[in-house]
Design a protein around this ligand. Structure first.
Ligand code: TYD
Length: 226
């Protein structure tokens, strides 16, 4: 029997779709139910990756081009996977991660116009087999998301390198996330983020329960033999 009892759940979507709020709500529910839960994020989540995060989000790497940025996201991801995610899962922790490989597919691949083969190669190296058990894709019209992100910045920060881009780019990302969900329907589930916080939380929980207790099994999907 596998000793890996953890589950790896990632949260994806455009800017201001409400991922962080929902991750923390879900973490609280799961902890009350007795799960060990780790909330983490990308870019970042480990010491090495947090160092790279600043370079990426400040825009310091922008002048070196999107290929360079994609490699830096992958470097950060590799450190995060090996230093934090894999060890936590091995201890039976439920890992909730704010963005992961699908953000690179969409931001660097689709709207960064990098060739798919390059993104796939980086992904294979960075992820190193650590495919999420479940990916929740938060869907919201780009305009509404940007409005929310701006309201948030009013309170604590200025827009980062990726938030500054044009509305059309944000819409293109939204479509790319929806396409991705349709192309991997077993792993990816679309969450309608254009409803009340409570309604979104219920939709999230229902998808997560299906993965945590599918048939009473405690073995994660990726470790199950076909
Ligand atoms: P962050 O402040 O963590 O924001 P958010 O609340 O939007 O998740 O910013 C992360 C930014 O980095 C976000 O604009 C998306 C971008 N990003 C990529 O372009 N590629 C990636 O692989 C990842 C993980 C993030």
């Amino acid at each position: 029997m596998s000793t890996n009892l953890g589950r790896f759940i990632t949260f994806e979507g455009g800017e201001g779709v409400g991922k962080s709020t929902q991750i923390h709500r879900l973490a609280n529910v799961l902890r009350r139910r007795g799960h060990d839960v780790l909330v983490t994020r990308e870019p970042g989540g480990s010491l090495g990756a947090e160092a790279v995060r600043h370079v990426l989000l400040s825009g310091a790497a922008e002048e070196f081009g999107v290929r360079m940025e994609a490699v830096l996201f992958a470097a950060a991801r590799s450190d995060h996977v090996e230093e934090v995610i894999r060890p936590a899962l091995a201890e039976g922790t439920v890992v909730l991660c704010d963005r992961f490989m699908d953000s690179s597919r969409v931001y660097q691949g689709v709207t960064g116009n990098l060739e798919p083969g390059f993104i796939e190669n980086l992904e294979r190296i960075a992820v190193n087999g650590m495919i999420p058990d479940l990916t929740l894709v938060f869907d919201l019209p780009a305009e509404a998301g940007l409005r929310r992100a701006k309201a948030r910045e009013g309170k604590d920060a200025s827009p980062d390198r990726f938030e500054k881009e044009e509305l059309a780019t944000h819409e293109k990302r939204r479509e790319a996330f929806v396409d991705l969900t349709q192309s991997e329907p077993d792993r990816c589930k679309l969450i309608n983020a254009d409803q009340t916080e409570d309604a979104v939380a219920l939709a999230v929980l229902s998808e997560v329960e299906a993965v945590l207790e599918p048939d009473g099994s405690t073995e994660p999907a990726r470790d199950r033999k076909a």
